[in-house]
Every structure is written in structure tokens, then in C-alpha cells.
Design a protein. Sequence first.
Length: 322
Amino acid sequence: MAANLVFETPACATNIYARWQTNLNIRTRSMKNYKVIKTELLNFECKSSLSAMYKLSPFVWKENDVFKILIRAVNPAINPALKVARAYYGTSIDGIQFEMSDGPVLAPSTNSYDKDGCEDPTLICVNDNYLVYYTGWNQTKLVGQLLLAKGQDIESLSLAGIAIPNKQPYINPKEATVFQQKDGKWILLFEYANENRSKIGKATSDNPEGPWEIQGEFLPAVKNSWDAHHLSTGPVLIDNLNQTVMFYNGSDLNTRWRIGWVKLDLDGQIISRSKKPLITPPKGKPWETDIAFAASAVLVNREIWLYYSVADKTNYRAIISV
């Protein structure tokens, strides 16, 4: 029997929390591709300490008609080892202008997991609890691990433990994407380092908090393509035509990162993939990184609002039609 992934909206729902509902008719629709209508620069109202930091990886969700954000912030430093990531929280009415909190909601702690940085937060909300997956960085060991923090208040999170450890062949796991399949299984997609490049791994669990069982590599690189080398996860959502899509990040051999998409079937298997990038960054300065990197997506009416970073310092919203 065919089934279809449909969003429910609990009090603190996110764009990647979903349930399955039987619907035979929607599967007869032809599959559509995606088109960028326009892109807009995000603005942040913040205190002086945050205003001076690089801001990237905007994770945006909608809750009770308010857009909320977790964003990675990094202090400027000539020595890369002195750049320390934190996560700040903010709110917005229009999804463009965000008022940010005074202090970070995730910051380096005294434990060895994240003593030198808290990177790239991803949030889901289950049973009125916020679950935030993020990368903890240990500069001494040069090790990153995928961690889980949780709490009923987004500004009062506590570390719950390691979700995906740094362990061969899944080195320095990061960039979590979490969603639920029709069979109730939870899926965690993550980026990891292997064979001198970034790959996307897949883990499963019966619980959104884990424990997670790694299944292996999820999305392979494509030879002689824009995504022939590095790959990283992006947000998964169900569009207005009930197509399940992940907007993922890929680079060529010259480390030029772009954003593309893959569509998934009812069992989370890949059924189609963009042959060309959906989003390419504008031409930057010679010393800037050539990168566009998707972080989150929200379905608003019949449009997808995709949030992404450019050059690891500028943040945008792309409005996408199907």
C-alpha cells in the first residue's frame, strides 16, 4: 500500500518532524523539480560581542507563527586554532530580520567533548523537548564528535552525551540531519571524513535521542560532476506536493561548494538527484572561500524557504518553488 509523508504541527514543531499517513492519490502526481525564485540576505540585531563574529549555518524553524534560529558564531582570529564556535538563538516575525539573544545557548564547556567549540546545531522537537545535535570540537586532539544537548527551554540546554563518536571509518562526524520514516524509524544523516574527503553517512534508531546504529555511506559522489568530491548533509523536508527532499551540499575537486537536491521514496531511498547545482554562491573576493552551504529549510504555504551560508560568513534565505 502506498503511503505519504505529511507534516504535523505540534507546539514546538520543526520542519523535519513528520509523520506518515496513507494517501493513495498523491503518489500519482508527476515528480517536480525545484526553482529558486529569489534570494535575500539575513539580518541580525545583536549585541556587540556577537556582531563582531562570523555567523554561519543558520538553522531556522517555525514555532507558533514565529521564526526561530540557532546560528553558529565564530570569533575572528588570525590563528585558526583560536577561532571558537558557539551557538546563538534568535527570533523573527518575517524570517529575515532576527533579534538575537545576548549570550550563547551552546558554548565550550570543561569536558573534553566540546571544550574548544560547539558547531553547526540542528534541532528537532519531540514531546515538548528540544533536541539539539551539534559538533563538539577538541582542538588539542583535533577531534570532532556529534553530540546531543536537550531541554524544555531552548536557552537552558544540557549535554546528554555523544550521538556519533569519532571512530574509524567515520572520522569527525558533524552536520546532523534528523527525520522520521513511515515505519517509525528515526534517521540521522551526518557528514564524516574518510579517504581524504567528506562523505554522508546514515544512522538509524527507534528513538530520536538514539542510540544510533550506523548503516554506512548514504549518498555517493558523482564522477566529473559539480559534486564529484566532498559531500555534506542538508535539511530534509516534505514539499507542498508531498515529495520528500534533502537539499545537500557538494563540491568538485577544486572545493567549490554548491547546493543541490535529492528526492527520497517512502522508505528513505534515493530516487532522483539534481544534475546541476540549485544554488551557486555569488562571485566573492579572491581570498574568500567559494562556498554555498545549506543549513535548514521551512515549508511556508507553497514555498520552500531554504537557509544557507556563503563564504562561511554571510547568510541568505532562498525562496524556492516546486
